[in-house]
Design a protein around this ligand. Structure first.
Ligand code: HPA
Length: 273
C-alpha cells in the first residue's frame, strides 16, 4: 500500500478537482444524525465510493457522502456516514477522512454519535457534550510508523476536546434554552451492546456514556493539531440493575427525536466560531 501521505494527497487532489470549496470546519455525523445536512447550504456532494482510498460505509443507517457547503454562513464539510472498527475497517481507514479534512484546511472538527447513557442522572434523549474519552477499543489509529509531517509520535491528550469549544457549546445551549449534559465517552469495539457487568465496569472506570465511534477520529484530529467538539445523543439507558433490551430501531427513533436539539446547538456553535 502507498504511504498515508500519498493517499491523503491523492484524495485531496481528487476533491480539489470537484469543488472550489475551502472548508475550515469539519463535521462527522453519527448514526441517525444526518439531519444537520438539511441546515446546510449544499454546494457539492461527493459519494465516498468515488474518492481515492476512502472506505465505503456498510451500515444501512449511514449514507456515505461528503458534503461541501455552508452552515450559518461558514464554509464546512460534513461526513454523512462514518466508519467503525466493527465493520472490519482498520482504524487508519476509519480515520482517513479526518486526515483528508485536515489537508483540505479544516482546523475544527465537530463529531456526533449515538451513545448509551451510563450516568444514572442522564436519560435517553439527552444531548451530552463530550468532555473527555476512554479508549477501550484495544486499538489506536496512530499505530505504525509516524509521519512527523502529519503530527507527533506521542501526541499530548490533555485536551482531547477543546475547552474553548466546550465553552462555546455550553453558552449556545444555554442561550437556546436547550438542556445539555457533559461527560466522559467510552469507546467499545462492538458490534454487540455491552453486558450488565460491562456497564458496571464502564461506570466504575468513570464513563458517562458508551458507544462504538468518535475516539479514533478524535485521536487523529488531535494528532494533526485540530480542535474537536464532540456530542453524544443518549439513545438508551445502560443502567445494569434496570437494563432493558435495546434495538437499532429504538436507537434510531430516540436519535431522530433528540437530533433537532443537537443540530440547533451545533449550528449555533459554528455561527459563533
Ligand atoms: N452501547 C450501548 N448503548 C448504545 C451504544 C453502545 O455502544 N450506542 C448507542 N447506544
Amino acid at each position: 500500500m502507498t504511504d498515508l501521505r500519498t493517499r491523503i494527497d491523492e484524495a485531496v487532489a481528487f476533491l480539489r478537482k470537484r469543488t472550489t470549496a475551502r472548508p475550515t470546519v469539519g463535521i462527522i455525523l453519527g448514526t441517525g444524525l444526518g439531519g444537520l445536512v438539511k441546515e446546510m447550504r449544499t454546494e457539492t456532494v461527493i459519494d465516498y465510493a468515488g474518492i481515492p482510498h476512502f472506505p465505503v460505509s456498510t451500515v444501512e443507517s449511514h449514507h456515505g457522502k461528503l458534503i461541501f457547503g455552508t452552515l450559518a454562513g461558514k464554509a464546512v464539510v460534513a461526513m454523512q456516514g462514518r466508519f467503525h472498527k466493527y465493520e472490519g475497517y482498520t482504524l487508519q481507514q476509519v480515520t482517513f477522512p479526518v486526515r483528508v479534512m485536515k489537508a483540505l484546511g479544516v482546523g475544527r472538527l465537530l463529531i456526533s454519535n449515538a451513545a448509551g447513557a451510563l450516568n444514572p442522572l442522564f436519560r435517553k434523549g439527552d444531548v451530552m457534550i463530550v468532555t473527555d474519552h476512554i479508549n477501550l477499543l484495544g486499538d489506536n489509529p496512530l499505530i505504525g510508523p509516524n509521519d512527523e509531517s502529519l503530527g507527533p509520535r506521542f501526541p499530548d491528550m490533555s485536551e482531547p476536546y477543546s475547552r474553548a469549544l466546550i465553552g462555546i457549546a455550553e453558552q449556545a445551549a444555554l442561550d437556546l434554552k436547550i438542556p445539555v449534559q457533559k461527560g466522559v465517552y467510552a469507546a467499545m469495539m462492538g458490534p454487540n451492546l455491552e453486558t450488565r457487568a460491562e456497564y458496571r465496569f464502564l461506570r466504575t472506570v468513570g464513563a458517562d456514556a458508551v458507544g462504538m465511534s468518535t475516539v479514533p477520529e478524535d485521536i487523529v484530529a488531535v494528532h494533526s493539531g485540530m480542535k474537536v467538539l464532540g456530542f453524544s445523543i443518549l439513545t438508551d439507558e445502560c443502567f445494569p440493575d434496570a437494563l432493558k433490551p435495546v434495538t437499532l430501531k429504538e436507537v434510531l427513533k430516540i436519535a431522530g427525536k433528540a437530533e433537532p436539539r443537537m443540530t440547533a446547538i451545533m449550528k449555533e456553535v459554528v455561527k459563533r466560531m
